[in-house]
Design a protein around this ligand. Structure first.
Ligand code: C5P
Length: 221
């Protein structure tokens, strides 16, 4: 039986950094489910479909084949056979992913792929609905969050570091809006699973959070 760790939480809480580190330390596979939603988002952007047009999105779902491969331990997302990993972190793909991730058809397709991956491999999987919907029997569930101010500051530093001009108040507003959408949608809203461990990374270092997760896993397995 494979061992599964589910990490959920809002955007910018540090889920992917932590999940990657935990996976590396345990020699598990890291599955970034946000990247799958972004790949679907990219497909709809490329097709010129509006995020409000649910009927066209549903129809387009039939033609978007998403799969995952690993290169040097890094997850690569293939969209109809094309490696689109480099194109997923753009605003366009992210906004489209966030806007369409409430549609049942989009979720159904990706949840099936995520369940399959976790059934055959030891995984650390991060997202919004992993502990609640995708892996309800995960060996360990973590709900990782941080204050809006902390998350905005991290994003501000990340963008500034890349030389991208940005405004911290706008970033805060964007984070609040995205949180609201993720937490209030009808399909699989972001919420802490009842049996998840709550961790607030606002005042914790990356290694400290990873240690806390690995210690919890040791207690349970
Ligand atoms: O985590 P990331 O920002 O890459 O995710 C992009 C979008 O995909 C999120 O804004 C969220 O709406 C959606 N998502 C989701 N369920 C997941 C992972 C991501 O709805 N398991």
């Amino acid at each position: 039986m494979s061992i599964n760790i589910a990490i959920d939480g809002p955007a910018g809480a540090g889920k992917s950094t932590i999940a990657k580190l935990v996976a590396k330390r345990l020699d598990y596979i890291y599955v970034d489910t946000g990247a799958m939603y972004r790949a679907m988002g990219l497909y709809f952007v490329r097709q010129g479909i509006s995020s409000d047009d649910e009927a066209s999105i549903n129809e387009a779902c039939e033609h978007a084949d998403i799969s995952i491969v690993y290169q040097g331990g890094e997850q690569q997302v293939l969209l109809n056979g094309e490696n689109v990993t480099e194109h997923l972190r753009t605003e366009k793909a992210g906004n489209m992913a966030s806007a369409v991730s409430g549609y049942g058809k989009v979720r159904e397709k990706l949840v099936e792929l995520q369940k399959k991956l976790a059934a055959s491999e030891n995984v650390v999987m991060d997202g919004r609905d992993i502990g609640t919907v995708v892996l309800p029997n995960a060996d360990l569930k973590i709900y990782l969050t941080a204050s809006v101010e902390t998350r905005a500051k991290r994003r501000f530093l990340e963008l500034t570091d890349k030389g991208i001009p940005c405004n911290i108040k706008e970033i805060e507003k964007d984070i609040e809006e995205r949180d609201y959408r993720d937490m209030h949608r009808e399909n699989s809203p972001l919420k802490q699973a009842e049996d998840a461990v709550f961790l607030d990374s606002s005042f914790m270092g990356i290694e400290e959070v990873a240690d806390a997760i690995i210690n919890r896993l040791k207690e349970r397995t």
